[in-house]
Design a protein around this ligand. Structure first.
Ligand SMILES: C[S@@+](CC[C@H](N)C(=O)[O-])C[C@H]1O[C@@H](n2cnc3c(N)ncnc32)[C@H](O)[C@@H]1O
Ligand code: SF4
Length: 381
């Protein structure tokens, strides 16, 4: 039996709130940082029994902006987790880093503490766009961060981009993609490029609704998609998930756990977990989270027990996110049933519509399916 488990750590603090962001992240809460980290470490210790029964193979420190807080807190968290880590089980330790909140000292402390992968949020290479979406940095800050990361010896770095963004022409977007691939020599081994999601109640939604900014039309967005996909792929960044491209061997081990429906535990406010057939998440409110830990109350906000059918549906959907798709043999091994016995109607219809294909033991999205994946998910909800 696979005894590996992933750990997600949520750091909910940011320097300022980006206009598009709907994550559980907050600015101007400096006084909460220290009590929060103490509470988070206490939450880890409260789970000692579970943690000591599993091999922690990946740790992902996300946010928010983990690099915004003092690096001593990251060390404190990793030291707490190390109580449960056997020497050779840990494969990947990622931390999300924002340009403008990083120093060489912080990076050295991360490395010393065992971090072996950085994920840097750039989003756009144009300062005018960064300003328009409320990012607290410029392109030159990113370049400094990347140079420092290389100086300190990080050789596995991921880059985050978003498209389409306001005020960006097709030509400018192509320059951004070309710039991203030129960073291969600076150890950018992985590129996540997300389709912009416009969340209600964000400043971006307001600016768009009021007509202060506008996005490109659908045809231009499609041109952007084609360009990024073709350019990344011809430059050896192979697409392994809808929004993720990597050089061979540099796919995110932690994120693959999500798509392979493997177990992970999340610690900190709003952190999500999948464990024992249940999905649950922690309280979003940072103060409430700290108070509940202190007074020995539960920090869970939601918990969903998935029955067998729900687990199988979810397994299919998550695996279809990967370009290699769903391995039919693995499905059978996990659920003791042939995937066609359960989902033949859905699969046959999607094959007929040209959105998925069944090839070499795998069911996967076609090129068309990758473009309109939502139509595929609809069949399994
Ligand atoms: C957990 S977030 C934050 C990471 C880090 N704080 C940063 O801002 O770079 C991870 C990534 O999600 C993406 N993201 C956040 N909000 C988004 C949105 N509304 N639409 C598309 N992508 C988004 C960004 O690329 C971001 O880097
Ligand atoms: S820095 Fe990251 S987490 Fe914080 S507000 Fe911006 S996108 Fe959201």
């Amino acid at each position: 039996m696979n005894n590996d488990i992933g750990v997600y750590i949520h750091i909910p603090f940011c320097l300022s709130k980006c206009y598009y962001c709907d994550f559980a992240s907050f600015a101007n809460c400096e006084a909460l940082i220290e009590p929060y980290i103490d509470a988070l470490c206490e939450e880890i210790l409260k789970n000692s029994e579970i943690l000591s029964q599993y091999n922690i193979s990946t740790i992902y420190i996300g946010g928010g902006t983990p690099s915004y807080i003092d690096a001593k807190y990251i060390v404190q968290i990793l030291d707490t987790l190390k109580l449960f880590i056997s020497s050779n089980s840990l494969k990947e330790v990622t931390i999300e880093v924002n340009p403008n909140s990083i120093t060489k000292e912080k990076l050295e402390m991360y490395k010393e503490a065992g971090v072996n992968r950085l994920s840097i949020g750039l989003q756009s290479t144009y300062d005018k766009v960064l300003k328009m979406i409320g990012r607290a940095h410029k392109l030159k800050d990113f370049e400094e961060t990347l140079n420092l990361a290389n100086e300190v010896g990080f050789s596995n770095i991921s880059l985050d981009l978003i498209y389409p963004l306001p005020d960006l022409s097709l030509e400018e977007f192509k320059n951004t993609v070309d710039y991203a691939i030129s960073l291969k020599e600076k150890n950018i081994k992985h590129i996540s490029i997300y389709n912009l999601e416009i969340h209600e109640n964000t400043k971006l939604a307001f600016l768009l609704k009021e007509g202060y900014i506008s996005l490109v039309d659908e045809d231009t967005e499609y041109e952007m998609y084609k360009y990024l996909k073709d350019t990344f792929e011809t430059n050896e960044y192979h697409r392994y998930e809808i929004s993720n491209y990597a050089l061979k061997g540099y796919e995110s081990i932690h994120n693959l756990k999500y798509w392979n429906q493997e177990q992970y535990l999340g610690f900190g406010s709003s952190a999500a977990s999948f464990f024992g057939g249940r999905r649950y998440s922690n309280l979003k409110d940072v103060r409430e989270y700290i108070n509940n830990i202190k007074s020995n109350k539960s920090v869970r906000s939601e918990c969903e027990e998935l029955d067998l059918l729900a687990l199988m549906k979810e397994y299919v959907m998550l695996n279809l996110r990967k370009t290699e798709g769903l391995d039919k043999t693995k499905f059978k091994r996990k659920y003791q049933k042939d995937v066609y016995d359960i989902f033949s109607e859905e699969i046959n219809e999607l094959v007929k519509d040209g959105l998925i294909k069944d090839e070499k033991g795998h069911i996967m999205l076609t090129d068309r399916g990758l473009e309109v994946a939502n139509l595929v998910w609809e069949k399994f909800v």
